[in-house]
Design a protein around this ligand. Structure first.
Ligand code: SF4
Length: 182
């Protein structure tokens, strides 16, 4: 059985750009595979946690009830929980919908929008579809977050430095050059 620490990742209300940035570590990904075992993650398509994880990386904020469930699941299974990127830290671009009541958002998307063709005038409400929350929430408003990596997305170097520090049980103190908010 592997003794390597486990890392889990997820993408919630985001664009997968933060996961792309993780893959941008290029050849260091071979080193990463030596250092860790990936648990639940879209990188390996493992859907459920298989055990305790040292680090959980969260991309995206919470826009629906499934996101809340996933985030709570990560908090329960991960020793250290890290938000990756602005969507997870602040809600990001999706938070713009918070300016408009949810009912109006749905009506614009499914009933009144200029490109909408919806003869039945039905707003999708199948129970299998995750229920939209009243607004988009940053992750720390739903569960305790241990560290925040800002940026849209954080650079590959930032993610690499953060992972090495956390896996080495060191405090996450990144040099100024690796902390960007754009
Ligand atoms: S922070 Fe930027 S790159 Fe990351 S999920 Fe949000 S929009 Fe995409």
């Amino acid at each position: 059985m592997s003794q390597k620490p486990k890392v889990a990742t997820t993408s919630m209300c985001g664009c997968f750009g933060c996961h792309m940035s993780l893959l941008d570590i290029d050849e260091r990904i071979l080193k990463l595979v030596e250092l860790v075992e990936f648990d639940k993650s879209p990188i390996n398509d493992i859907k459920r946690f298989t055990g305790r994880c040292a680090v959980g990386l969260i991309e995206g904020g919470c826009c629906n009830d499934e996101n809340v469930h996933v985030l709570q699941d990560f908090r329960e299974h991960c020793d250290v929980l890290v938000t990756v990127g602005e969507c997870a830290r602040t809600g990001g671009v999706p938070v713009l919908r918070n300016l408009v009541p949810l009912a109006e958002c749905l009506e614009e998307a499914y009933l009144r929008g200029p490109t909408v063709h919806n003869p039945g005038q039905v707003i999708p409400n199948d129970p299998d579809i995750p229920l939209l929350l009243d607004r988009v929430y940053p992750c720390h408003e739903v569960v305790k977050i241990d560290y925040f990596l800002p940026g849209c997305p954080p650079s590959a170097d930032t993610l690499w430095a953060a992972l090495l520090a956390l896996l080495g049980n060191r405090p996450l103190e990144l040099p100024y050059g690796l902390v960007k908010y754009d």
